[in-house]
Design a protein around this ligand. Structure first.
Ligand code: WT7
Length: 644
């Protein structure tokens, strides 16, 4: 591994010189769920006994049976949390609200792209989930079975996820923008028994049809490895949809006669709740497995503290249900806290760039959690759009997925937040399941920094040998103690779980990010240390990108590197060696751009394709992506730590 050299240049230290800070506002501090005194006490408790800290957090939730042991480290890094505990996250999201005043409170406000909307109280959502849970049981789905959900942000997506968890099945939501190839890989890897999708949905003024994509994906499956017995199709756009008798079912038909009550499966705290696949450097998607007990504890505590959720809040996390943000903080987390959640189906700029602000004012949203890419996109349209709407209900803002550049941070703070709303820039990952490093509403804010590790999280910046580096020096971000909502394994690949996360830096969880800490202990994230490109907060591994481009007959060698993109943070640049004898090489870059999009879906934003005679390689023949990237950025190869 490349060890980052001490580097105190301006480039490494970002804002440190002309740093701007924002003190917490007194009206926010006086009402915060966590006071400065409580925060100090939590830090102290977590530092002396982190298990006791998380045990206290677990006590805030409902359990069928209390755990016997908070943490079992005997088979580290395969940690087990709340050992012996019995629970189900859905009990905390729905069941337990039904005996409280939350019963008739709005749980979900959903808006479709055409402007139609549907609202569900906690009681209504509970009943819908129960009906679908019974329907899934009737289809023969059992605890532990895997269900792939291939749908955009629809109420049925929420219902399908919760119903799956309710019966103890394991869901794997696949982003609806993924291609048939990517979907097939994920269905196969999860060995799914059922797929849930919809007839059509609205995106950017068009009706997209996921069901034929599911059909294509199922045709690609190796039936020895996965057998999908059922496909459930929800109505949304009411478009003509091919249905195969026996295998395919309409969602509405399945739930029509089901009763509004259903048993919530009593799960072991360590039983899997969901998988999410992220793109790894090895080219094969990695299935991150999250468990009921720890996931609910970590997500509930961090959401309550960081976003300071009150019973009156209307919370909107703009993420898609297909990403971990959609799981933890658009659905499971806010429902556990009893908040009212807003969900939107469509494109954020449709029919024009005021859609987000229209939604905020229409529903009186109080907390808005978005990505820097979205904010930069909206910023590009100027202040007129936000100025035309009443955004005064907003009281807290949040960001995730990529480094928030101070310029966009300031725009969000001033134009959207009227300098009244603290911005919670939350650092975490699909692997972590919950916020790990983030300010709280009571914290001093530094634009561009993700603040400090939350109580119960021990994060540090180290060199390649695991030695902490001093403030101002960039290094590798690691986590030094287990945390409850950590992923439990890479599905069926324990060796890779150990190798990729726990053995790179001795005794630590290796996050794969390069970062540095300032004198106050604030963390500044610089980007990925591995061959992963972060496009608009979505990770795509170089290997996956390269194998997509290489499946085109005219590309014989390829290297993919992330290059700066003013809106998306990063986009991909390909260096491609063309097949000798390939025709129309001049047109090849455009052809390959379109080809990759078709292979991987719209997240794979290709900025450029450069046709080259050869690729730089190490003496062992590994492509030196770091050299290509350094050249693109106009830097020396050694300025980029750990990229190869
Ligand atoms: C990677 C994880 C967690 C949900 C979204 C992405 C980057 C995440 C921040 C932030 C700078 C961030 C890191 C991380 N990242 N949050 N606040 N500031 N970078 O989930 O696909 O698992 O990606 O996103 O590089 O490793 P993911």
């Amino acid at each position: 591994m490349h060890t980052p050299e001490p580097d105190r240049s301006d480039a490494a230290c970002g804002l440190q010189k002309e740093e701007q800070v924002f003190r917490p506002l007194s009206n926010i501090v006086s009402r915060a769920n966590v006071t400065p005194q409580e925060y100090a006490a939590a830090l102290e408790l977590a530092a002396s006994d982190f298990k006791a800290y998380w045990e206290e957090a677990a006590e805030e939730l409902g359990w069928f049976k209390r755990w016997e042991n908070v943490l079992d480290e005997s088979e580290a890094p395969f940690y087990r949390w709340f050992v012996g505990g019995r629970c189900n996250v859905v009990y905390n999201c729905l069941d337990r609200h039904i005996d409280t005043p939350n019963k008739n409170k709005l749980a979900l406000i959903w808006e479709g792209e055409p402007g139609d909307s549907r609202k569900y109280t906690y009681y209504e959502l509970y009943r819908e989930v129960n009906r679908f849970a019974s329907a899934l049981r009737k289809l023969g789905l059992l605890p532990g079975d895997r269900i792939v959900i291939y749908m955009p942000n629809l109420p049925e997506t929420v219902i399908a996820m919760l119903a799956s968890a309710k019966i103890g099945a394991v869901h794997s939501v696949v982003f609806a923008g993924y291609s048939a190839k990517a979907l097939a890989e994920r269905i196969q890897a999860a060995e799914a028994k059922a797929v849930i999708t919809c007839d059509g949905y609205y995106r950017n003024g068009q009706v997209l049809k996921p069901k034929p994509v599911v059909d294509q994906a199922l045709e690609r499956l190796d039936s020895r490895l996965a057998e999908v017995e059922h496909v459930v199709v929800a109505h949304r756009a009411h478009v003509e949809t091919p249905m195969r008798k026996g295998r395919d079912h309409w969602f509405d038909d399945l739930v029509r006669f089901e009763p509004p009550e259903a048993l919530t499966e009593v799960m072991d705290a360590e039983d899997p709740l969901f998988f999410l696949y992220t793109s790894g450097v090895a080219g094969k998607p990695k299935g991150m497995v999250h468990a009921h007990g720890g996931f609910m504890v970590g997500v509930h505590r961090t959401l309550d503290w960081v976003f300071d959720i009150k019973p009156t809040d209307i919370f909107w996390c703009t993420a898609d249900a297909g990403w971990v943000t959609g799981h933890s903080y658009a659905i499971y987390g806010p429902l556990m806290t009893g908040a009212t959640v807003v969900m939107y189906e469509g494109h954020p700029l449709y029919p024009q760039a005021d859609r987000i602000w229209r939604l905020v004012s229409r529903y009186g949203i109080t907390i808005l959690y978005a990505s820097p890419t979205l904010i930069r996109m909206l910023m590009g349209f100027g202040v007129e759009f936000p100025a035309a709407y009443d955004l005064s209900t907003l009281r807290l803002l949040g960001s995730v997925g990529e480094t928030f550049n101070p310029e966009a941070w300031m725009w969000f703070y001033k134009v959207i937040g009227r300098q009244q709303c603290p911005i919670m820039d939350t650092w975490w990952q699909t692997e972590t399941g919950m916020f790990m490093i983030s300010p709280l509403p009571i914290s001093l804010l530094k634009p561009g920094s993700v603040g400090k590790p939350l109580p119960g999280v021990e994060a540090d910046i180290v060199d390649g040998a695991g030695k902490p580096v001093p403030p101002g020096v960039r290094g590798l971000l690691v986590i030094k103690k287990p945390w409850p909502s950590m992923f439990r394994e890479l599905y069926k690949d324990p060796a890779a779980y150990k190798r990729e996360y726990w053995e790179k830096i001795p005794g630590c969880y290796y996050a794969g990010d390069v970062a540095w800490k300032d004198e106050d202990g604030y963390f500044w994230i610089q980007g990925r240390a591995d061959d992963v490109v972060n496009i608009a907060g979505h990770r795509i591994g170089s290997a996956e990108l390269e194998s997509a481009v290489l499946s085109h007959p005219d590309a014989v060698e390829a290297a993919a590197v992330g290059v700066p993109d003013p809106v998306r943070g990063e986009a991909v640049k390909f260096f491609v060696v063309a097949r000798s004898g390939a025709e129309n090489v001049d047109e090849l870059p455009e052809v390959l751009k379109a080809y990759v999009r078709q292979e991987l879906g719209p997240m794979a934003v290709v900025q450029a394709v450069e046709i080259v005679d050869s690729l730089p390689k190490t003496c062992s023949g590994k492509i030196l992506r770091r050299a290509l990237k350094a050249r693109e950025l106009g830097m020396g190869i050694d300025d980029l730590p750990g990229l190869d």
